[in-house]
Design a protein around this ligand. Structure first.
Ligand SMILES: Cc1cc2nc3c(=O)[nH]c(=O)nc-3n(C[C@H](O)[C@H](O)[C@H](O)COP(=O)(O)OP(=O)(O)OC[C@H]3O[C@@H](n4cnc5c(N)ncnc54)[C@H](O)[C@@H]3O)c2cc1C
Length: 324
């Protein structure tokens, strides 16, 4: 089908063209191409900024907005901005990333535009004129194809689940729209505290070393942190370990935590409950260390070791530091 009036907006909140933004742009570009329509990429920058120039390689049009509240990732400011652009452009779909800001504003934006909202999409396609998304349901035990009947479809997509965009034959146009900075904001950020340890976001990490309740306390997590340093990896945890206060909640992976898609996910003393494994299903390879040979995690992994983690983690770190 071809619908030259079909419009897809992608809204990238990141200040650089990272892997998550590239995947978001890819999702928008493919959806617009499949419908024969237009891909409009919105970013925070000015017409001549590096970011808007980079993004113009992947969008038919780029709307760049130079605004302090947007750069500070103020949810209210982004909501108001996307609402006013949508009122002007009347898009069929608005795609957002999987950061907390996107997850917060997706349903609110859909409500304000009388559209439909859904999150954690692993694919976004068009079928006979209708937008269909695919996502896991029932704690990862099934996959559902869901048709969004109200328009616009406002969707946040799972990190690293989408291939990056291809470069356009010619760069898209870059334009600005006026932003009403004095719009009445219901709330605004007064300060931010970084809870995550240094390094990239879990969603963007290529290697993750994750620990569970079987570690027995917060101290063994220090061993996992030193193993992660050697591997240039990020650390994560099961909900049980986070709920016990051993590590920050920002480390949580699973149904109610981050959905990750690394090249390697190492699960140490994690049983592999479905609520945990649904968050790691997109990993390229999963390895597990667990004393219980019947632990469900072994059904999901390519490499499994039935062993006490204390016998493995320290020696593995020492061996790897010699090698890497
Ligand atoms: C609505 C809902 C949402 C949820 N969301 C999430 C979520 O997002 N993420 C999440 O993780 N969970 C989530 N849960 C919780 C989930 O059901 C499990 O309770 C949790 O994942 C278990 O964490 P765990 O594997 O660390 O602990 P356990 O299930 O207690 O497993 C510990 C494992 O460690 C092993 N072990 C013990 N000692 C050692 C040792 N010395 N060496 C090696 N292995 C050892 C044990 O054999 C066991 O397999 C959710 C639950 C509900 C109801």
């Amino acid at each position: 089908m071809s619908d030259t009036n079909f419009k897809v907006i992608t809204a990238a909140f990141s200040q650089d063209l990272n892997a998550a933004t590239a995947g978001l742009l890819g999702a928008g570009q493919r959806l617009a191409n499949d419908a024969g329509g237009t891909h409009i990429a919105i970013c925070c920058g000015s017409i001549d900024s590096t970011l808007s120039t980079q993004i113009s390689a992947f969008g038919d049009r780029v709307i760049a907005i130079d605004s302090e509240p947007l750069a500070r990732a103020e949810p209210e400011a982004w909501l108001s901005c996307l609402r006013s652009i949508s009122a002007q452009e009347t898009p069929d779909a608005i795609l957002l990333g999987n950061d907390t800001l996107s997850q917060e504003i997706t349903p609110r934006l859909a409500h304000r535009l009388n559209g439909a909202s859904i999150g954690d999409a692993q694919s976004v396609t068009i079928d006979d004129g209708a937008i269909v998304i695919t996502r896991s349901v029932y704690g990862g035990k099934a996959i559902a194809d869901i048709e969004l009947t109200a328009s616009p479809a406002v969707v946040w997509i799972r990190a690293q689940s989408m291939d990056p965009a291809d470069k356009n034959a010619a760069p898209g146009t870059i334009e600005t729209v006026p932003l009403n900075e004095s719009a009445d904001l219901q709330s605004h950020i007064i300060d931010t505290h970084d809870e995550v340890s240094e390094g990239e976001r879990l969603e963007d990490a290529q290697i993750i070393v994750s620990g569970g309740r079987g570690l027995g306390g917060p101290e063994p997590f220090e061993e996992l942190v030193s193993l992660a340093k050697v591997l240039k990896a990020q650390n994560a945890a099961s909900r049980a370990a986070c709920d016990l206060g051993w590590v920050p909640h920002s480390w949580q992976v699973g149904q109610t935590g981050c959905k990750v898609a690394p090249q390697l996910y190492l699960a140490v003393a994690i049983s592999g409950a479905s609520q945990h494994t649904m968050g790691i299903a997109d990993s390229k390879a999963i390895a597990a260390i667990n004393t219980d040979r019947d632990a469900p995690i072994f059904k999901h992994c390519q490499f499994g070791l039935v062993e006490d983690f204390q016998q493995v983690v320290g020696p593995l770190r020492d061996k790897l530091s010699d090698l890497l």
